[in-house]
Design a protein around this ligand. Structure first.
Ligand SMILES: [Zn+2]
Length: 391
């Protein structure tokens, strides 16, 4: 299995110049390769419209074409960069086209503020005496605050506003012993910052995170009021990026703790499959941050569960908020917080009902392991859970 380890690195002034230059070289290569593919697609389109295909089939440029061509056309800047770092750039172009074929947007040209990382193969680096030695760049100070496990496969150097990070992706070979599934939970991730377990437990991100998010909204309004292209706008852009970074780190921290808790407490964890399509289309920033954070939580839970021999299952999300545990269709819009079933009489917090439905849709749920207590609708009818206070 793969596991990643992230550390901050501390380049000196000279090294920072080289890192910046490498980023810039990679970004130009990315944009040029994208341009080349776009031109070829355009040419194919023209050929097709003029019906010249009887004399020649459409040709497509793929990763291997571009990778083979690269050594022959290297610019002086490209010669200063490790060749596999450049190949990785071409792989990224390839991946962005694959994503496009799978429904994501058309690959975009990358601006200076967007393209912020480059990737080394495991063979292009060494760790020695608190230094990360990168081929063609040099020995950069690094503080290894935790041990790296497994074999380093790739190493990605990333710029985050004014800080630099390295992320090692490692191959770990450990025998995994599956545990016997005894406990299960369904999890409903909310539109807002909230998750609900099928046993009714509600988990909310810490207050400091919500405060940072409020601050982000404020700083963004300031940004929108600054004149385009002005020095003040640029300063404000950096402030916004830093608040973003803070939130990202706080969320990651929260998601790490939460995923550990989930895996420690349950053998089988069930989430809804998040709809990536919708996430990419969503232009509301606050919402997209929350969605990205949920997918991070799910991914962290998956890999921790894998480690522990436990199971994470993703189930069909359709209609989880509109169905009762008894199977009856109970439509309700977002403002209705309490589920009230006319069929079986169940009255319960709506998110908890969703979490229970999610749990029931899992393979273990169908097999009959239930964490929320009530084992039949008969029993539920007699108990009639009281609605919880919400909000
Ligand atoms: Zn019902």
């Amino acid at each position: 299995m793969r596991k990643s380890f992230q550390f901050r690195i501390y380049p000196n002034k000279n090294q920072e110049v080289i890192l910046e230059r490498t980023l810039s070289t990679c970004r130009h290569l990315y944009n040029d390769s994208l341009e080349e593919r776009k031109r070829q697609a355009e040419l194919n389109r023209l050929k097709q419209s003029f019906d010249v295909f009887p004399w020649g089939y459409p040709e497509w440029i793929n990763y291997y074409d571009q990778a083979n061509q690269l050594p022959l056309t290297k610019t002086p800047f490209q010669k200063e960069v490790h060749s596999q770092v450049l190949q990785n750039v071409l792989k990224r172009v390839e991946r962005s086209f694959q994503n496009f074929y799978n429904g994501a947007g058309y690959p975009r040209f990358q601006g200076r503020n967007r393209y912020n990382s480059f990737t080394y193969p495991g063979s292009g680096l060494k760790l020695e005496d608190g230094k990360l030695i990168l081929s063609k760049i040099g020995a950069i100070k690094i503080i290894l605050h935790r041990e790296i496990e497994g074999k380093i496969k790739t190493c990605t150097i990333k710029k985050d506003v004014d800080q630099w990070y390295v992320s090692f992706s490692c191959q770990i070979d450990i025998p995994i012993i599956p545990v016997k599934i005894e406990t299960i939970t369904g999890i409903d991730v909310g539109l807002i910052n909230l998750i609900k377990l099928s046993n009714g437990k509600q988990i909310q991100p810490p207050k400091y995170l919500r405060q940072s998010e409020k601050r982000l909204a404020r700083e963004q309004i300031h940004l929108s009021k600054k004149k385009k292209g002005s020095e003040n706008r640029n300063k404000q852009r950096i402030i916004v990026a830093k608040v973003h970074r803070k939130i990202r780190n706080q969320r990651k921290d929260f998601n790490h703790k939460l995923s550990t808790d989930l895996v420690n407490n349950y053998d089988h964890v069930v989430f809804e499959r998040l709809q990536i399509q919708n996430m990419l289309k969503n232009h509301c920033l606050a919402k997209s941050i929350v969605d990205a954070s949920w997918s991070q939580l799910i991914n962290l839970t998956i890999y921790k569960a894998e480690y522990a021999g436990k199971v994470v299952e993703l189930v069909n999300p359709n209609g989880t908020s509109q169905t009762c545990i008894c199977g009856h269709h109970v439509p309700k819009d977002l403002s209705v917080r309490i589920h009230n079933c006319p069929n079986c009489g169940l009255v319960m917090d709506r998110d908890q009902v969703s979490a229970i439905i999610i749990e029931k849709r899992s393979t273990a749920g169908i097999a009959g392991i239930q964490a929320y207590g009530a084992t039949s609708t008969e029993e539920q009818r007699s108990r009639k859970p009281q609605p919880e206070r919400v909000g």
